[in-house]
Ligand binder design. Structure first.
Ligand code: ADP
Length: 506
């Protein structure tokens, strides 16, 4: 059977899934890699290990389906993680600082207050205007600067043209296409836009950002469309030689694409450790004044793209992990559905899981976790209920910011990620956001998005309309509570959030 290989390189593991012409998964394999934490707040990956895992999982997925004949391969990846390697030896010059790594915190703090670069608490300022992003350790640029300045000889070698930079997509594609023997050095706009180095208007590297961060242009990959035949795999690639590499999207944008959110106003939320909400704004490059990021959603033609607004929340499913691992209130994440059903409501309890501050749309790094509204009536079930509700309220906070920034009021939201199996959570979300919550048949939407992009480029699927038809809904959760009750509950949440803000500050 003909299939598209999706290679999904995530923060903790790498996965290969084979998708058939019907858009369904036929085989998959997954392998975890090491999280290297040399100092508090530092997180690194070994890029060579990741390449090794990528080869293994592709081989194993193909072995699991001997009749599979790959017609294309699409890549999706953890965004922002920085790899710098020697173009002649193919060796990374150091471990790859991961998106979570906070080693550049001091530099970011200085940068935020430099004349001309000042940033408001909502993230507005020159960096936002150019890149759509905020000055934050999260993005690649300051980590790349760190490598160039701290790894002995790196800046000189980079200036000489001996070093290459890439996010994980670039590193994998370079290796898949032959590495030192003529590997392709490319990325796409969704990945490039996470570096602080790309201008989201021109979709090209921005000279002022490169100068400021001291990054030589010659080490940067060329920015290609997200769906296009970039080249073919080399003879020694894990899927054999000659397979077109035809899709490249950062993980959250891939999920948007895999949810077939192709029209302005369509939105997806991924419920994993965190929450990642993306709203397609079409050709509108909506500048956020409300704590969101403006990002390319996908690009089908060089120099053009569809834009999105993005809001990331740190504590989504991780709140449930905390109930399980730290409080030991539950044995497993799925128990929350049982307790929520038993409680019926939160008993007036609000739980603000601001364990590491609040991300979008609040960006208050001094906020800390809080449980409010406790009375003697409150039981464990209420706390579990309130924890699930916190996931839904945080999502609503982002949807409200999206409405203010784009004028788009969302009426339906597509969902994916590990927590969407929880029906009670999905119903709460519909009630709290006042919109339909739509769960797809294929929940591996990140990998599916990479497969869609690659399959589209090689004609395996002939159009965006075909992809739209392939995507299937499994269940639609409609709002059931009265709007006045919804707003009353939400006001309670807003009050609770305001109490948690600034807690760790002076
Ligand atoms: P990631 O890709 O970020 O590792 P996943 O998409 O695998 O995350 O989702 C795992 C997260 O979802 C965990 O944080 C877990 O607590 C949460 N989760 C899993 N199942 C449920 C459930 N039934 N109810 C609520 N949360 C859940």
């Amino acid at each position: 059977m003909d299939c598209v290989i999706a290679l999904d390189q995530g923060t903790t593991s790498t996965r290969a899934i084979l998708f058939g012409e019907d858009g369904l998964p036929y085989a998959q394999h997954q392998q975890a890699h090491a999280q290297i934490t040399p100092k508090p707040g530092w997180v690194e990956h070994d890029a060579s290990e990741i390449w090794f895992c990528a080869q293994n999982v592709v081989r194993a997925a193909l072995d699991a389906r001997p009749s599979a004949r790959p017609v294309a391969i699409g890549i999706t990846n953890q965004r922002e993680t920085v790899v710098v390697w020697d173009r002649k030896t193919g060796e990374p010059i150091c471990n790859a600082p991961v998106w979570q790594c906070t080693r550049t915190q001091d530099f970011c703090a200085r940068w935020q207050s430099m004349p001309g670069w000042e940033q408001t608490p909502a993230g507005c300022g020159r960096v936002k205007d150019k890149t759509g992003l905020l000055i934050n350790t999260y993005f690649s640029g300051t980590k790349l600067r760190w490598i160039l300045n701290e790894v002995p000889g790196a800046m000189e070698r980079a200036r000489r043209g001996d070093l290459l930079f890439g996010n994980i997509d670039t590193w994998l594609i370079w290796n898949l296409t032959g590495g030192v023997n003529g590997g392709l050095h490319i990325t796409d706009a969704t990945n490039a836009s996470r570096t602080l180095l790309m201008n989201i208007e021109t979709l090209d590297w921005d000279d002022e950002m490169l100068d400021f961060l001291g990054v030589p242009r010659c080490m940067l990959p060329s920015i290609e469309p997200s769906s296009s035949v970039y080249g073919k795999t080399a003879k020694n690639a894990p899927c054999g030689g000659g397979v077109p590499i035809a899709g490249d999207l950062g993980d959250q944008q891939a999920a948007l694409f895999g949810q077939a959110c192709f029209g302005p106003g369509m939105v997806k939320n991924t419920y994993g450790t965190g929450l990642f909400i993306l709203l397609n704004t079409g050709s509108l490059r909506a500048a956020s004044k409300n704590g969101l990021i403006t990002t390319p959603a996908y690009s089908l033609k060089r120099g053009e793209c569809v834009y999105a607004l993005e809001g990331s929340v740190a504590m989504g499913g991780a709140t449930i992990q905390w109930l399980r691992d730290s409080l030991r209130l539950i044995d497993g994440a799925e128990d929350t559905e049982y307790y929520a059903g038993k409680a019926g409501d939160s008993g007036g309890v609000y739980f603000v899981p601001a364990f590491s501050g609040l991300f979008a749309p609040h960006w208050d790094m001094d906020a800390r976790g809080a449980v409010l509204g406790l009375t003697r009536y409150a039981r464990k079930e209420h706390l579990v209920y309130a924890a699930l509700e916190s996931i839904c309220y945080q999502t609503r906070d982002v949807l409200e910011a999206m409405r203010k920034d784009s004028g788009i009021a969302v009426s339906a939201m597509k969902v994916d990620g590990g927590a969407v199996g929880n029906g009670a959570l999905m119903q709460m979300q519909a009630d709290i956001a006042g919109c339909h919550v739509i769960r797809p048949v294929v929940r591996e939407t990140t990998a599916l998005g990479a497969a869609y992009a690659a399959g589209l480029a090689v004609g395996f699927w002939d159009s965006m309309d075909s992809l739209r038809l392939l995507w299937k809904k499994e269940r639609d959760f409609a709002p059931q509570i009265h709007p006045s009750e919804r707003e009353k509950k939400y006001r309670g949440w807003q009050k609770a959030v305001s109490k948690s803000k600034g807690w760790a500050g002076d």
